[in-house]
Write a protein that binds this ligand. Structure first.
Ligand code: ATP
Ligand code: MG
Length: 549
């Protein structure tokens, strides 16, 4: 059975790039609003601001400088290696303006990881910030990028060209001398034009370079615009710009919506809360690790957050325990989330406004506009409502594939256009989707699937457990059995040995036999990605190498 979105279809333009669409088409805020009402990107640390009118101007100068001075060609890749800065979208849109490709990389990468990212993306240019230059310069050299192709997005450093210099150079060519924005060739659509190489989070293996077309970003912006209240005019940008969620929801969508983006140069709870209160931001786009701090960190009690209308989450699962605490602490708020992956250019499902209630918070909402979903079992047979299986999705936000990896592309994007998400979900009679776990991470106990998330939710509810990850480990009799890696509450007054026994018993009392734990091991922290996903591959390595056993 194919489940279709209940939303009206989006009206998707197929003959335009993101740049032209956002700055030179009827969709642009420029022309739709008076110049004085045009919003922009604000650096909340320094107060520096770039309005969307200036973004249009600067991206024109930047692309002119790249093309005229550096011979930049269509299809060449620029890597962006930086924390959030208001110059990030200028670089991104400037490169896209002349049909270049932008590849974001986590600013936490070390030289080895960054070299891998540059080589995988085939980057010819690199833009970074002074604080990341050590890693950037070493990785650029290892990946064969010329030193004069390494630029600074902001700040200054001896021997490196800065964004300001590039803009000045572009401007010096005069109005007549500006390079025109790329126009699609005859017969070329915006699905043929790759604009971004985004890396997946690397939860299940090495991060994959996902090729995202201009069309994917335009489609996703229109899909989300359709379910965004017109009152949403302020965007809190704490999520990283290099990840798909930040790329769409904090860098592109706000331009379409003419919403102001408040960027935090570096994240602390204090700087985030100060920003939320100072600018009276109503919708808070966060990820689970920050939401957990919104209920547990005592610093929040120093702020009056009664203007907050709703929390928005995505990118990783959020436990029912945290949702309950969130609702208790902020009973005046609503809640929404989006579900998707880098390969779907962000959302496949999301909550529409009529579902912004905690009753639906454990779900990931409804299928986005112009999107179809199928749920299949292990043999590929289609399932119906309330039957858990793998989610497959088809729609204009589904991306082009993986760069230079035809085998992975074929395995994930099938011939009929379906993206195989690898996530296990159920869909109810109302069309509301709930994510139960990742297929790959399901534990097979005597052939029966056990979702690690179910046991993690249970154990997180135990008063002596601070954090937990559950993994399937080999078992001679059952094939696999669940094992819990537990971080103890600092206040726990029992020994590890005693707590281990207590937790084994706790699960035996609450769950059927095949879900019982084989063992418990204690950790100082559970390894997680920035968005809060448990990096089970690291636990698996630890288990295999026999550490701590
Ligand atoms: P990799 O593919 O490199 O192993 P990854 O899948 O974690 O890493 P992303 O593309 O960043 O990389 O994340 C997509 C995945 O995140 C989805 O497949 C899903 O498992 C999970 N996810 C995203 N949104 C949600 C959500 N709202 N609730 C639960 N899980 C989510
Ligand atoms: Mg993935």
């Amino acid at each position: 059975m194919i489940f279709k979105s209940k939303q009206p279809d989006i009206d998707l333009p197929r003959d335009i790039t993101t740049w032209r669409w956002l700055f030179d088409s009827p969709a642009s805020p420029i022309g739709r609003y008076a110049d004085s009402e045009i919003r922009g990107f604000t650096n909340v640390g320094t107060g520096e601001r770039i309005s969307y009118i200036d973004v249009k101007k600067y991206t024109t100068y930047l692309s002119t400088a790249l093309a005229r001075q550096y011979g930049f060609q269509k299809g060449e890749t620029v890597a962006l290696f930086a924390p959030n800065t208001i110059w990030y979208p200028v670089a991104m849109l400037g490169v896209n303006r002349i049909a270049g490709i932008v590849s974001g990389a986590s600013p936490a990468y070390n030289v080895e990881e960054m070299t891998y990212a540059l080589k995988t993306a085939g980057a010819k240019f690199l833009m970074t910030v002074p604080g990341s230059m050590d890693v950037a310069a070493a990785a650029a050299e290892a990946a064969g990028i010329k030193k004069e192709h390494v630029f600074l997005l902001e700040g200054e450093l001896e021997g490196f060209t800065t964004m300001k210099q590039l803009l000045e150079l572009g401007r010096s060519f005069g109005e007549e001398g500006q390079v025109p924005a790329y126009t699609l060739a005859k017969g070329e659509t915006n699905f043929d034009l790759c604009g971004f190489l985004s890396f997946s989070s690397g939860t299940t293996g090495l991060p994959k370079a996902v090729m995202i077309a201009h069309q994917n970003v335009i489609a996703q912006c229109l899909q989300i615009q359709q379910i965004t209240p017109s009152t949403h005019r302020k965007v809190l940008a704490v999520l990283p710009s290099f990840h798909i969620t930040g790329l769409v929801h904090a860098l592109h969508l706000p331009i379409l919506l003419n919403a102001e983006v408040y960027m935090l140069p570096s994240f602390t709870m204090k700087s985030m809360l100060d920003t939320i209160v100072k600018y009276q931001i109503g919708e808070l786009l966060l990820v689970p690790p920050i939401l957990i701090r919104m209920v547990r960190d005592p610093i929040v009690n120093e702020y009056d957050l009664r203007h907050v209308t709703r929390f928005s989450s995505g990118a990783a699962p959020l436990s029912p325990e945290i949702l309950k605490l969130l609702q208790e602490k902020y009973p005046w708020t609503g809640f929404k989330q989006g579900y998707g992956m880098t390969e779907s250019c962000s959302c496949i499902t999301a909550h529409p406004p009529e579902r912004y209630a905690y009753d639906y918070a454990h779900t990931v909402g409804a299928i986005c506009a112009s999107t179809e979903v199928k749920i299949i079992d292990e043999d590929g047979a289609e399932l119906g409502i309330d039957q858990p299986g793998e989610l497959l999705a088809r729609g204009p936000q589904i991306v082009m594939g993986y760069l230079n990896n035809p085998a992975a592309t074929q395995a994930t994007f099938d011939q009929d256009g379906w993206l195989h998400t690898g996530d296990q979900v159920v869909i109810d009679a109302e069309g509301i989707v709930t994510v139960t776990d990742r297929i790959k991470e399901m534990i097979k106990v005597k052939g029966i699937g056990v979702a690690p998330a179910e046991l993690e939710d249970l154990l997180l509810g135990h008063p002596l457990v601070e954090d937990v990850a559950v993994l399937g480990i080999p078992d001679d009799y059952s094939g696999e059995k669940p094992k819990a890696f537990v971080v103890r509450q600092a206040s726990a007054r029992v020994s590890e040995q005693e707590l281990g026994e207590l937790l084994l018993k706790y699960v035996r009392e609450k769950k059927v036999r095949h879900k019982w734990l084989k063992e418990v091991e204690f950790l100082d922290v559970v390894p997680k990605s920035a968005s809060g996903k448990i990096l089970r591959r690291l636990l698996r390595d630890r288990q295999k190498s026999g550490d701590g056993r």
